[in-house]
Design a protein around this ligand. Sequence first.
Ligand code: G3I
Ligand code: 9MR
Length: 583
Amino acid sequence: MKTPAALLPFIAIALFCNCASPENHGTSGAGTFPDTLGQLLVNQVGYHPEAVKIALIRMNTAKFDVVDTETGKVVFSGKPGPFKYWDLSGDSVCTADFSSVTKPGKYQICLNNRSVCSYSFEIGDDVYSNLAKASLRAFYLNRSGMEISREFGEKWARPAGHPDTGVFVHSSASSDKRPEGSKISSAGGWYDAGDYNKYIVNSSITTYTLLLFCQMYPDFCNSFSNNIPESSNSIPDVIDELLWNLRWMLTMQDPDDGGVYHKLTNKEFSDFVMPGKATDPRYVVLKSTAASLDFAATMAMASRVFATSESQELKKLGETCLNAAMNAYAWAKAHPAIYYKNPSDISTGEYGDTELSDEFFWAASELGLAENNLAVISKEEMNAQKWMVPSWDYSGMTGIISLSLTDNPGASEIKAEAQGIVIDFADQLVEKSESASYKVSLDFFKWGSNSDVANMALIKLVAYKITRDEKYFASIQGDVDYILGRNATGYCFVTGFGGKQVMNIHHRPSGSDGIAGPYPGFLSGGPNTVTFADCPDAVRSKFPAKSFVDGLCSYSTNEVAINWNAPLFFVMGAMDSLKKKKS
Ligand code: G3I
Ligand code: 9MR
């Protein structure tokens, strides 16, 4: 058929766009261009051969085809399910189930004689290996106080920033031995997010999540190689990575009384400049109850994980961690209500929390397990916790997860109850995803909503670890699919992956390094309607599931953060690990 002349300019634009953007991942031997209008929503990375595979369709169609992009042949045709509305996205979708396609290869879903085709995706055993590596590597790229060399950082190599060897004690943190204006050394750690500050509350949940990964998947953790500067030592790379932060955390404890500074920060958020150019003075600010409890819990967990290591260095460090945990906990018990609020001269992130019964429960649980002092763990407190996913301001479920996985024989009763809670919660999440139009458990949209999806998958993975019941996998796959493109925005939310990529994350190095495209392996925060103030000129949906801007300004929807990447790594690593174990 001859192309009408009037259409030529549009086709030229389409071709140009496909060449110049990551969207050209969808071009193929089948000669089809991916659907940039979002009629077809698909996991843009891929599936294990035996996985449940469901795409979503937004237009009316009698059938869908799965096309092998190498041969151009239709390998499967199916009938879409009925349309279902989601009040959080404001639209209706129907499912396209192609689980029976299991042959490794590269595919697209196509409609209406290939006039609309999805982004391409793969089926294969290793589809999550690079994602797992990149999502842990993101932590390395976000290290404070370290040069990122070309050998390990490739094109993202950069000079060190923020040595933090001379950090001022802020007036809110002053003590007899460390008066206002005196200096301490508090080097290392990861930058929290798109900003350059370091916050104990958020560092704790992040470090805990990586420790939990190694506890749950020890073989994979021990053999996982990530090409970081420490790779040649005898410690697993996941542990080496988290040690960069954990050793910094230890410096945030006041050695004189055990209390833990809430954060190490600039007075104001810095401009978008590279780390080495952001040289404003840094401060440790107020010792808070929440920081001390989260620190205590994480250090106690570290001591348990390190005790199982063959490395003498780690075993010894574990003892230091346990001591630090006990001191921090004692301080928190003596100061139970020092809630963090920014002093008037500090305007960086707050991580403020005034409901600390969950943090007290978490810290007591971790310390009870680490010290084998089970009497401090309260069943009543456990049963009072909410069934909510872990987050920086909610540690109840984190404590329950730890109790559900303990191998302490004396804890069998509370362990059984904790397992019951995890399983019931996971089952509730599975039920939600089964009846949801978008096939996910997520039914609320907070700041960092994508991390809630990843943490829901984490809960289901813990339930799977306990029960070995395969029923959790369809729902876990739904979470993975959502993060990788089968969501109401159509974006694959991990930088550097997928056909429709997030390109403009709110991340100071990515926004100021002059390199086209963001640092890879970061999970974008994701849609929500918490605030519209960050990008006043952007067009934003009023529907939370669609309210997302791939713009540098959009810190409320498109920032990255360590506590979001930790469950991302957890889930991708778990998927990879479980596949390798099963096959
Ligand atoms: O606690 C209230 C709750 O009572 C209320 O019902 C709910 C209604 O929206 O809001 C809850 O507070 C929210 C709070 O997070 C706890 O979930 C706030 O609205 C919301 O603005 C707040 O967002 C936090 C954001 O900082 C702003 O403070 C995010 O969770 C947190 O992840 C984010 O963290 C920032 C750091 O401050 C700085 N570094 C970057 C990092 C990521 O963006
Ligand atoms: O860059 C900051 C980001 O890390 C925080 O999550 C966010 C909310 O606290 O704030 C960002 O900083 C903005 C500040 O709040 C207001 N002025 C513009 C800053 C972004 O450049």
